[in-house]
Design a protein around this ligand. Structure first.
Ligand code: PPS
Length: 572
């Protein structure tokens, strides 16, 4: 007598074992599609019934109506298109009735899709309707525009194998398993809490109150599929949730992970989240401030009003069947030494204390204290492992400049000084070292130079990710390539310091240590940087050093001081 799934029954699409075996043998002959990360998430929830009552990827008519009216053609409420996007080339191999083997990144066939129809959707119109905007700053819009394929394929899906996970397997409960667990524990009322962030005291307070208010047990149901780019990785978050779980009275609260690919669609997404939780056996669902909001748009304003999601969910309350527990933002009230919803605080008499996400990240970066009223020490400690202060983060020092500008000498001096200070391993990726060990087959055409720099970027990013220092010293004449390398390194969470060794051409040529400028002037070397090949000087490097009038030791000292000012080394 648990709550019925959306649409009445739990629609699981996994074939029985024997049928699956037979179909697997046939599937070897089908054209196959390698699922994208998002499609893999969607497939998992299709197969396990998290997306009940869907029976596959949406066909055109369902898609159109979902986009326009948030409904399937049979009238069932469904706010987000769940579609399979493929390339033109792949679509060209298909026709209605074709069968497609859907594979995971390892090549395992997870499911077979029977094609109903193929069409080219108007993705801009989809964005405008589903996200209410075509601003590329919205991650859902950006995904549609930059990462989705042009052809949608609709059709039934039959599951052959469950998607494989190696992490936190004991916490990944499907709708069926959660329902079984609720039934076994006698949990008749369950309130679900959706999150894509680490949980601190405010969240625990909020969920605790929600459970009390709904007279229900609590399910902490974090998304571990895809969240907003830049979010805390799910590994760290789940370790935090495991700490937080201990803060609730025993046997009242459960934790399960949801392999959902979020779209950050705000109000529509809140409806979707509610439906998905109902399918997982929950009777209540918490919708807080700015639920599934993607942050600010290009105009500096929030995409959705803070309580738009609550409003939309309220408007569909009857059809949803799962009951919303709306919440205002929770804040710490200093005089009361406890948390309260912001609308229950009289700010003329009481002091509200808050730490924004930005402020939290600043404190982590600088290794500053996080007050006890804000976070649990175990959670903060867990996050400090993932986000060490700058002095313990990896970093890349990227020297760029003309041949003979002094890059190598300077890079070498900085390396020795960093080793003297200690604390991190240092790797030198000097131009000559790289061209010997990574790029020996490359020459100096634009393509080859770019390839060379990207290889350096890849290695530097790996070193940075692992907490070391990568010192790179190629010419790296192209701004766009340097920008890409910066992005690769910064994505790891470590630092990227660009140092323009800005010694002018005349000085480099006057030094001409290797005699190459003379040869280039004589036409013996073609395409020499600065002579008959371009060098695009960095416009906003972290540091620029002209070595004409300073010794290598002085120049290296400037770099070390810069690193200290930025917090990457702690000389105290
Ligand atoms: S790049 O553009 O970043 O890939 O260049 P890099 O790997 O740093 O290699 C530059 C060194 O190769 C020698 N060399 C040339 N440089 C520039 N242009 C041409 N055509 C060229 N041919 C050979 C030169 O000695 C550079 O060494 P450095 O250490 O910069 O003086």
């Amino acid at each position: 007598d648990l709550i019925a799934p959306h649409g009445g029954t739990l629609v699981e699409l996994q074939l029985p074992a024997e049928e699956a075996e037979a179909e697997k043998a046939r599937a070897a002959e089908y054209p196959s599609w390698d699922l994208t990360e998002r499609q893999l998430c969607d497939l998992e929830l299709l197969l396990n019934g998290g997306f009940s009552p869907l029976t596959g990827f949406l066909g055109r008519a369902d898609y159109e109506r979902v986009v326009q009216e948030m409904r399937l053609t049979d009238g069932t409420l469904w706010p987000i298109p769940v579609t399979l996007d493929v390339s033109e080339a792949f679509a060209g191999t298909l026709a209605p009735g074709s069968r497609v083997a859907l594979r995971d990144p390892e090549g395992v066939v997870l499911a077979v899709l029977t094609v109903d129809e193929l069409w080219r959707p108007d993705r801009e119109a989809e964005a405008a309707k589903v996200f209410g905007t075509t601003d590329g700053a919205h991650p859902g819009v950006a995904h549609l525009r930059e990462r989705s394929h042009p052809v949608y394929v609709g059709g039934r899906v039959a599951g052959l194998a469950e998607p494989v996970h190696y992490d936190f397997t004991h916490l990944r409960l499907s709708p069926r398993h959660l329902r079984e667990r609720f039934a076994r524990s006698g949990w008749r009322r369950v309130v679900a809490f959706q999150t894509r962030n680490p949980m601190h005291r405010a969240h625990v307070e909020l969920t605790f109150r929600a459970a009390r208010q709904a007279e229900a047990n609590l399910l902490i149901h974090p998304v571990v599929g895809m969240t907003k780019p830049g979010d805390v990785d799910h590994f760290s978050r789940v370790r935090c949730y495991e700490h937080v779980l201990k803060k609730y009275p025993e046997q009242t609260t459960a934790l399960s992970l949801l392999p959902l690919a979020m779209r950050m669609a705000g109000p529509r997404e809140a409806l979707w989240h509610a439906i998905i939780r109902r399918n997982h056996g929950c009777t209540h669902f918490i919708v807080g401030r700015d639920h599934a909001g993607p942050g600010k748009g290009s105009n500096g304003e929030d995409f959705y009003g803070p309580y738009d999601a609550q409003e939309l969910v309220r408007r569909h309350a009857d059809e949803l069947g799962i009951e919303m527990v709306p919440f205002q933002m929770m804040v710490y009230v200093k005089e009361r030494a406890e948390y309260a919803p912001i609308d229950e605080v009289d700010e003329s008499r009481e002091t509200v204390m808050q730490i924004s996400g930005t402020e939290f990240r600043r404190r982590m970066r600088e290794g500053l204290e996080i007050p006890d009223w804000f976070g649990y020490p175990e959670v903060v400690e867990e996050l400090r492992k993932t986000y060490p202060p700058r002095a313990r983060q990896g970093l890349t020092l990227f020297f760029t400049g003309l041949s003979g500008s002094g890059k190598s000498t300077l890079a070498n001096a900085v390396m020795v000084k960093l080793m003297e200070i200690g604390g991190r391993r240092v790797t030198l990726l000097d131009g000559d070292i790289v061209r010997k060990h990574l790029s020996s087959e490359l020459g100096f055409s634009k393509e080859h130079r770019d390839l060379n720099i990207r290889r350096i970027g890849f290695v530097a990013a790996e070193i940075t990710k692992n907490g070391g220092v990568a010192i790179c010293a190629p010419i790296a004449p192209y701004a766009a390539t340097r920008r890409d390398v910066r992005a690769m390194v910064e994505e790891t969470g470590g630092g990227f310091i660009e140092i323009h060794v800005s010694t002018p051409l005349e000085e480099c040529e006057r030094r001409d240590r290797k005699g190459l400028y003379a040869k280039a002037r004589a036409g013996l070397i073609k395409g020499f940087t600065g002579i008959d090949d371009p060098y695009e000087a960095p416009e906003t490097p972290e540091l620029a050093i002209d070595t004409t009038d300073c010794s290598p030791d002085e120049a290296a000292q400037q770099v070390i001081l810069k690193l200290e000012r930025l917090g990457f080394i702690d000389l105290r």
